[in-house]
Unconditional design. Structure first.
Ligand SMILES: Cc1cc2nc3c(=O)[nH]c(=O)nc-3n(C[C@H](O)[C@H](O)[C@H](O)COP(=O)(O)O)c2cc1C
Length: 326
């Protein structure tokens, strides 16, 4: 079951329209919860006392726990909420208060750490904003709740912003957002904003998908070749990949200085910064700020590297031709 938590109040809500496009792309029966019609009430003293007592007795049969049970049993969760006052409308906060029941959506381990009990493996947060969107107090908050407390590992943001700025074509922005919905769990740095398109209409995310089947030990830097494996496919592929992406999008190839004196290359196309090969560093976060520009001439002065770049380019061209012909 897909649970659609609809916190949109306006009749012609753009957030709801965007969310419905998301729902079209998901398989499964949708149960919609219109928060503005549910008459949700913040936890007051009496309700909180009763709830605490029932939880302590392990008695979760009361109707007040129905929302929590529904949330915990959903396979996919879609939340739609417009960007209000740097956050979201109050009924959504009330809803979280109501569903956050220890023993239903979350529990505490022996070491006192929260551990999620929810069935969903994916939560999609959909929002639209009148001006620039800052995810800190809306998507950022929901993502923390979902991943750290509810046990939902994959959390995505689908958004359209700057809709109310004078001179902007809100319909055009919304249409563009609808055409660029990403519901697949990418892990490379900058994937959320990597929606710039090349002359084939492809984004860096599309190229990541194509390169995932192309990167190999053969295209890996020789000094790392022994460590390359399909599960560590981006290892040793950074500079040739970044220069290849520069061929497609322009912009700059920048390099994060590494301890061994080498640079880890990534792309900056205007404000769009992405690193298709960041996964080789696992959880260690690189510092992408203030990185020096990398020169194609310096990198390709090594004949060996230039040949690997040509090989990757040839294979990618074939893959692009195949994709475009489908
Ligand atoms: C009460 C209220 C508060 C808002 N606060 C913000 C805000 O802090 N920042 C912003 O960019 N837009 C803000 N907006 C504009 C909405 O985010 C924007 O119009 C959004 O697209 C509305 O979504 P909807 O069409 O689904 O109702 C606010 C709108 C309302 C009604």
């Amino acid at each position: 079951m897909i649970l659609y938590i609809n916190c949109c109040v306006r009749k012609a809500s753009r957030t709801d329209r965007l969310a419905r496009r998301v729902l079209e792309q998901l398989d499964g029966e949708v149960t919609e919860l219109k928060l503005y019609e549910e008459n949700l009430r913040p936890l007051d003293s009496e309700t909180l006392e009763r709830r605490t007592a029932l939880i302590e007795q392990g008695d979760c049969g009361d109707r007040m726990f129905d929302y929590a049970k529904q949330f915990a049993s959903a396979e996919t969760i879609v939340i739609a909420a417009p960007y209000w006052d740097l956050s979201f409308p109050a009924p959504l906060k009330t809803y979280f208060e109501i569903i956050y029941v220890t023993g239903i959506v979350s529990e505490y381990t022996e070491t006192g750490m929260p551990s999620g009990l929810c069935r969903a493996d994916r939560l999609i947060y959909v929002t639209t904003a009148g001006g620039p969107y800052d995810p800190t107090y809306s998507y950022g908050y929901v993502k923390s709740l979902a991943q750290d407390f509810f046990g939902i590992p994959n959390v995505f943001l689908v958004k359209a912003e700057m809709l109310d700025i004078v001179g902007n074509d809100a319909e055009d922005i919304l249409r563009n957002a609808m055409d660029n919905i990403v519901l697949r769990p990418y892990r490379f740095y900058g994937w959320e904003t990597a929606s710039v398109k090349d002359r084939n209409g492809l984004t860096p995310r599309d190229y990541y998908d194509l390169l995932s089947d192309i990167w190999s030990a053969e295209t890996c830097a020789p000094r790392m070749r022994g460590e390359w494996s399909p599960s560590d496919k981006t290892r040793g592929q950074c500079s040739i990949t970044a220069f290849l992406l520069q061929d497609l999008y322009g912009g700059k190839v920048l390099g994060v200085p590494l301890k061994d004196g080498n640079y880890h290359c990534f792309n900056a196309v205007g404000d769009c910064v992405f690193d298709l090969t960041s996964e080789q560093f696992g959880d260690s976060m690189l510092d992408y700020t203030g990185c020096p520009e990398q020169s194609r001439e310096v990198h390709f002065a090594k004949e060996e590297k230039h040949l690997r770049y040509e090989l990757l380019k040839e294979k990618l061209s074939e893959a692009v031709a195949k994709k475009l012909s489908q």
